[in-house]
Design a protein around this ligand. Structure first.
Ligand SMILES: Nc1nc2c(ncn2[C@@H]2O[C@H](COP(=O)(O)OP(=O)(O)OP(=O)(O)O)[C@@H](O)[C@H]2O)c(=O)[nH]1
Ligand SMILES: [Mg+2]
Ligand SMILES: [Zn+2]
Length: 319
């Protein structure tokens, strides 16, 4: 078998083993192709966000020959910097962690799992609190928690339009040439917000189920969109399917030793505990516990830390 490299590009979506790839320097041309069997053997899944090299590969069976004697295949993944399992995306620079002030009720632990996963993978978390008009006091309370943790926070409403402009400005400033995704529970308003920011998208949006006030999983797959955000390069922004609580029930995306470093506001206090092997759960003389008592670290963030600690500890015990 002989191939010749023909093109490079970026994966925008992958469904059922079929990938859409935006070719480099070809004015928005998108090709559709599969990946070499090799990836499956190596247990590597090409992901939206991946930069790839395409090659023209000779077909094994010539009965389907389309005249040129070969087909385009993903031959190689180029310099993958990071890969998330949920949402399944590679090379993210920013993760817009999205919640609603109400409907659905925000769950701090799942939000904090996402910030920790992003931190661990070198992805900048940005907090977006949507539907702020439903419960302005709760939106403000959440904003204070995440601002004090050290994150950029945007509180906004697609219903009233309030708070959209600062997010737009942040995107114009930081996102040209970068890869970002909106992630969060189903029904928080990710697709609504992306359509508000980029009206050409017109993404499908859904209601909430009336009985349990949870989202209906309207968005079914990850789609990465090249978008003009005002800079000289386009940004790549993904809409992702909302998760349910079950998605993060098994939280083992990194090890116990990495956990304290995945909590941004812990950083100034680490190394200052009385005991060097401090778990930062409840020890005497723990600098983290003291910072919580002093109001420097939000109790909900420490509670999330403790919950993640318990899961990761159990995993370590199994090993
Ligand atoms: N009250 C209010 N409702 C909103 C706002 N933004 C979106 N919604 C509504 O919230 C519901 C869910 O919105 P979607 O954009 O589909 O939510 P999603 O996060 O994309 O949901 P999934 O695709 O299931 O993950 C829709 O009925 C929207 O109209 C808002 O600012 N205020
Ligand atoms: Mg959606
Ligand atoms: Zn400690």
């Amino acid at each position: 078998m002989h191939d010749n490299t023909t093109a490079r590009g970026r994966i925008l979506r992958g469904v059922g083993g079929l990938y859409s790839i935006l070719l480099d320097g070809a004015e928005g041309s998108i090709v559709s192709c599969r990946a070499r069997g090799l990836f499956r053997h190596l247990d590597i899944t090409p992901l939206p966000g991946d930069r790839v090299e395409l090659a023209l590969t000779e077909r094994a069976d010539t009965t389907e020959d389309n005249g040129d004697g070969g087909e385009m295949m993903i031959a190689e993944i180029i310099d993958r910097r990071s890969a998330l399992i949920r949402p399944p995306l590679a090379n993210l620079d920013y993760l817009f962690i999205t919640m609603a002030s109400a409907k659905p009720t925000p769950i701090p632990e799942t939000i904090d799992k996402l910030t920790a996963i992003a931190e661990h993978n070198g992805i900048e978390p940005v907090i977006v609190i949507g539907k702020s008009e439903l419960d302005p006091a709760e939106a403000e309370r959440l904003a204070a928690v995440y601002r004090s943790a050290g994150y950029a926070v945007f509180s906004l409403s697609c219903r009233t339009g309030e708070g959209i402009a600062p997010l737009r400005a942040y995107i114009a400033e930081h996102l040209p040439g970068k890869v970002a995704a909106f992630a969060g529970a189903s029904g928080v308003g990710k697709s609504t917000l992306m359509t508000e920011l980029f009206p050409t998208l017109q993404l499908e949006t859904g209601g909430l189920s009336r009985k349990i006030e949870r989202g209906r999983h309207t968005t079914r797959q990850v789609d990465l969109y090249p978008l003009d955000v005002g800079g000289d390069k386009p940004a790549f922004l993904a809409d992702t399917p909302g998760f349910s609580m079950l998605d993060f029930a098994r939280f083992d995306f990194f090890s116990l030793d990495d956990l304290p470093h995945a909590m941004r506001e812990f950083a100034p206090h680490l190394g200052k505990c009385r005991y060097t092997d401090c778990t930062h759960l409840c020890e005497e003389g723990c600098a983290i516990v003291e910072a919580v008592a002093a109001g420097e670290i939000a109790p909900s963030r420490h509670a999330s830390y403790c919950a993640m600690y318990a899961v990761l500890k159990e995993k370590k015990a199994w090993k």
